[in-house]
Ligand binder design. Structure first.
Ligand SMILES: [Zn+2]
Length: 242
């Protein structure tokens, strides 16, 4: 008999869909080359994911966003221009959220949000609600002083933090599997399309270049299989119950 799937153990794969490694590059290789690799990987492994896209990418690459929705993945917002919300006044934040929502909702329902650089001041939470969002994943437990952050609700918004930064999940299998085994659930992994393109010759920080391109695709495939082997459920982030 098959082992029952535990409702409390889930992993959400989330992709922050943006131009390449902001603010250091202004190219879109991740969208052009990385996104097809990700969509193929998720189709082959038959797992759903959540794609938080900037409005900017959706306006430049509407066919890519259409493919995300058609494949049954969740489409969320990653702001409009990838500017940091911590540097904005209220009116600008409202404008970013509204413009992103207006662009992305042409493709389907959008109710989940993640701020660029995981930087979203609490004072803007009512703006999220007013713009029709119900879930925020703008905190990261890997950030300094944030380890004990748990999922919660505030201002009518479900808040589900990211579990870990992307680069540790591109390490060799023994380290990667150890990291995965230590994650609290619901686990939220996040990646960027540009990690799945070879960035080794770009002028980036070492951890942003490390094992990018096809090795990253293989690491993510193995991570998916690691969780499958442990009967962990794969959920779009809006499906996570807290
Ligand atoms: Zn981002």
């Amino acid at each position: 008999m098959a082992e029952p799937i535990s409702a409390s153990r889930s992993v959400s794969i989330t992709i922050d869909v943006e131009h390449d490694c902001p603010p250091f590059l202004s190219t879109y290789r991740g969208i052009e080359q990385g996104m097809p690799r990700l969509l193929q990987l998720f189709a082959e492994e038959q797992v759903p994911a959540t794609f938080f896209s900037t409005g900017d990418v959706a306006r430049r690459y509407p066919d890519t966003i259409r493919k995300v929705v058609e494949a049954g993945h969740e489409l969320g917002s990653h702001g409009d221009t990838h500017k940091r919300f911590g540097q904005m006044e209220q009116a600008e934040a409202q404008n970013e959220l509204a413009r992103s929502a207006e662009t992305l909702r042409k493709f389907g329902s959008v109710t989940s949000f993640r701020a660029p650089n995981l930087d979203f001041p609490d004072r803007f939470l009512p703006l999220l609600r007013d713009n029709g969002y119900t879930l925020d994943s703008s905190k990261g437990r890997h950030k300094l002083g944030s380890y004990f952050i748990k999922p919660d609700r505030r201002e009518g918004i479900r808040r589900i933090p990211a579990s870990i930064s992307p680069s540790p999940l591109r390490t060799p299998a023994p380290i990667r599997n150890l990291i995965c085994s230590l994650l609290d659930h619901p686990a939220v992994l996040f990646f960027h399309p540009w990690e799945f393109v070879d960035m080794s010759r770009e002028p980036l920080r070492f951890d942003n270049r490390l094992r990018t391109g096809l090795p990253a695709v293989e690491c993510l495939r193995q991570t998916i299989r690691y969780f499958k082997g442990r009967k962990v459920r794969f959920l779009r982030i809006s499906e996570v119950e807290i």
